[in-house]
Design a binder for this molecule. Structure first.
Ligand code: GCO
Ligand code: MG
Length: 424
């Protein structure tokens, strides 16, 4: 849907349109494309001919965000000053009355990214320069090694090490389970949203807890002391089980244990902390600072994984990072394939400009995705480098995008052997 009708002027709106030169929002469009997986993109055009792009992808719930943007956000944007990023953020957050939540915050994030893209293009600077400038050159990333068996996973991890990766995430199959989170047929392009309706997986905590320490022992033995080794529990343990797993992994000095438990109850992490010195990472499904405020200020986690697209954009992620810095918590932004190259680009500009950058997740996108989203960031010797072109340094090729229509796809669900629905 193309919205071009100017919104009525309110006094507040007039105020926010005051000082800056030009760049009013003329129109905004949502583009849905599926070059191997679904991506939702917001493109905002200004009366200066400059446009910006923002990622609005929420895996398995893509069209909800598209509708939120088209039906409820875009009509409020037309005619506004594209430079008034903070005011527009507040307008969409406070002004909606219904705050937070993944759909709302993803939509706000898309607007925010697109506006930062516009501002930086108009300034003629790569975005990180507007965010305070470079704190470092490249951002350390971690790649994903996975395999059905321990041996296969370690072999893949070796190949990541040879490609120059300084940090590698390890996930292997669990004996007795046909499939599990993090293990894919395609070693390079892991894609969990694999079916038209949710696939049903089985889960077995005891078998899982037996295999992971063995995986880490084998990997440390084969890879040596240097590479950082990471693991994602994907929300599947109780706090006391997580404490045990963390302790079992300590001899192999993991970089982090991610999403060890569900995080709705932030006190869960207090219990884990009492039992292990394995560093903890959390936050890929968090939508705002309010989801991690207690975890950060009580120093219950070491890395915060909230990212640009699902946590309110560049503006809000900067706020989360600044808050985390006060407590010595570093960033480790989510970077799975369901986050489009627009998010990756934005995350790298944020990462480059903050003092407490920790690590960035990096899963390669397919060739078709890279063609739909041409971008200037690149990988070298285990680090990702942000684009140096003005703006975010990423675009959407709409002709190519149009070749890949939306295909419904869901993430799997998990059940225990007795049929109980469990966390996936
Ligand atoms: C990760 C994540 C992903 C998520 C996926 C869901 O650490 O990369 O856990 O693999 O499962 O992003 O959409
Ligand atoms: Mg994860």
């Amino acid at each position: 849907m193309l919205h071009t009708v100017p919104a009525p002027q309110s006094p507040a709106q007039n105020a926010s349109q005051g000082a800056s030169q030009g760049a009013r929002i003329l129109s905004a469009r949502v583009i849905v494309t599926c070059p191997g997986r679904n991506f939702v993109t917001l493109k905002i055009e200004t009366d200066q001919g400059v446009y910006g792009v923002g990622d609005a992808t929420l895996n398995g719930r893509e069209l909800a965000v598209a509708s939120y943007l088209e039906d409820h956000v875009i009509p409020c944007l037309i005619g506004r000053d594209a430079h008034a990023i903070e005011d527009i953020w507040q307008y969409l957050y406070r002004g909606a009355y219904w705050r937070r939540g993944p759909v709302t915050m993803t939509a706000i994030a898309a607007v925010d990214m697109a506006l930062w893209d516009i501002k930086a293009k108009i300034a003629g600077l790569p975005l990180y320069q507007l965010l305070g400038g470079a704190c470092r050159e490249g951002m350390m990333v971690y790649g994903h090694a996975n395999g059905v068996s321990i041996e296969e996973t370690v072999e893949v991890a070796q190949s990541y090490k040879e490609k120059g990766y300084k940090a590698i995430r390890l996930q292997c199959g669990v004996p007795g389970l046909n499939s599990t989170y993090g293990v894919s047929k395609d070693k390079m392009f892991y894609e969990p949203a694999d079916a038209d309706l949710p696939t049903e997986n089985l889960w077995d905590t005891e078998a899982y807890m037996r295999v992971v320490p063995k995986l880490f022992a084998a990997a440390r033995e084969a890879l040596g002391d240097e590479p950082h080794l990471l693991h994602d529990v994907h929300h599947r343990l109780s706090p006391i089980e997580a404490g045990r797993l963390g302790r079992d992994l300590e001899p192999y000095r993991p970089f982090w244990m991610e999403d060890a438990v569900v995080a709705e109850n932030q006190d869960n992490f207090r219990l884990i902390r009492q039992h292990t010195t394995t560093p903890l990472a959390v936050g890929e499904i968090f939508s705002s600072l309010w989801d991690c405020k207690d975890l950060i200020q009580n120093q219950l986690v070491d890395y915060i994984r909230a990212t640009v697209v699902h946590a309110g954009g560049v503006t809000h992620l900067k706020r989360i990072a600044a808050f985390a810095d006060v407590y010595g918590v570093r960033t480790g932004c989510h970077g799975a394939t369901d986050l489009s190259p627009i998010t990756m680009s934005a995350a790298l500009h944020v990462g480059r400009s903050i003092p407490n950058f920790g690590i960035q997740e990096y899963m390669r996108h397919t060739e078709a995705t890279d063609e739909v989203f041409p971008h200037g960031y690149h990988f070298k010797d285990g680090l990702l480098y942000a684009s140096e072109t003005p703006g975010l340094g990423v675009d959407i090729d709409e002709e190519k995008a149009a070749k890949y229509p939306y295909q419904r796809a869901y993430l799997p669900v998990n059940r225990l052997k007795d049929g109980t629905l469990f966390n996936w």
